[in-house]
Design a protein around this ligand. Structure first.
Ligand SMILES: Nc1ncnc2c1ncn2[C@@H]1O[C@H](COP(=O)(O)OP(=O)(O)O)[C@@H](O)[C@H]1O
Ligand SMILES: Nc1ccn([C@@H]2O[C@H](COP(=O)(O)O)[C@@H](O)[C@H]2O)c(=O)n1
Length: 206
């Protein structure tokens, strides 16, 4: 039986992880059997807390992730079993009542800030990628994205960035680059790095 290949894509917030994962899954590897999963959907639920209480949670600390659910799901995918994942809502900071079902596939791409920082997740990676984007660019992209897509105010983005995002990045996420097989400096896109990953996957699948 063929082995499922798991690609982990890490990097700081707004570094371009989702963009690279999406390109790999939907353009470069579109003829292969590929599933792209976001680690965002594995934030713990915290729906028992009020909205104001949830706003105080540090979502840049690894403890905010439901590692057990994620490891169970990755184990199921390795065994060619389907998984059902709750869809996360960044506007309410809680899981929605909706789920997405992922069918078994030969390649699984998992992107998220902690994919290389959390040992129990990292060990699943056959190909480990870190997207390295300058901090100021990431902050600008995050500010735009959070205000437009995540219902945040400029003050809340700046406050969260200075008190949680940056310190946790410096403690947990930035240093996880040491576990990467490939570091992608993603500014205008990096065709060579993306082609290298595609070639490696093709060789693993053949
Ligand atoms: N190479 C790039 N150049 C310009 N903007 C980008 C680039 N990559 C991503 N973005 C933008 O930055 C924001 C964050 O990108 P995203 O891929 O969602 O990052 P992440 O998943 O790391 O948080 C998005 O609005 C996206 O359109
Ligand atoms: N309720 C939440 C949960 C997470 N965040 C932030 O999301 C960032 C990770 O997602 P990226 O797409 O940016 O990689 C992380 O830095 C958390 O601060 C949030 O704001 N609210």
């Amino acid at each position: 039986m063929k082995k499922v290949t798991i690609i982990l894509i890490a990097g700081g917030t707004a570094s371009g992880k989702t963009t690279v994962a999406h390109r790999l899954a939907n353009e470069i590897l579109k003829d292969k059997s590929v599933t792209h999963i976001s680690m965002d959907n594995y934030y713990k639920d915290f729906s028992e807390l009020t909205f104001d209480e949830r706003k105080k949670i540090n979502f840049d600390h690894p403890n905010s992730v439901d590692v057990e659910m994620l490891t169970n799901d990755l184990t199921a995918l390795l065994d060619y079993q389907p998984i059902k994942v709750p869809i996360y809502d960044f506007k309410t900071s809680a899981r929605t009542e909706e789920f997405i079902t992922y069918k078994p596939s030969d390649v699984v791409i998992l992107d998220g800030i902690f994919t290389l920082a959390i040992k129990d997740i990292r060990k699943f990676g056959d190909i480990k990628i870190f997207i390295k984007t300058e901090d100021d660019l990431r902050f600008i992209r995050r500010l735009q994205r959070d205000m437009i897509e995540r219902d945040r105010t400029i003050e809340s983005v700046i406050h969260q960035y200075l008190t949680e995002v940056k310190p946790m990045h410096d403690t947990f996420i930035g240093s996880s680059i040491e576990y990467a097989d490939l570091i992608v400096p993603y500014k205008e896109g990096n065709e060579v790095a993306i082609d290298l990953v595609a070639t490696k996957i093709s060789s693993l699948l053949s």
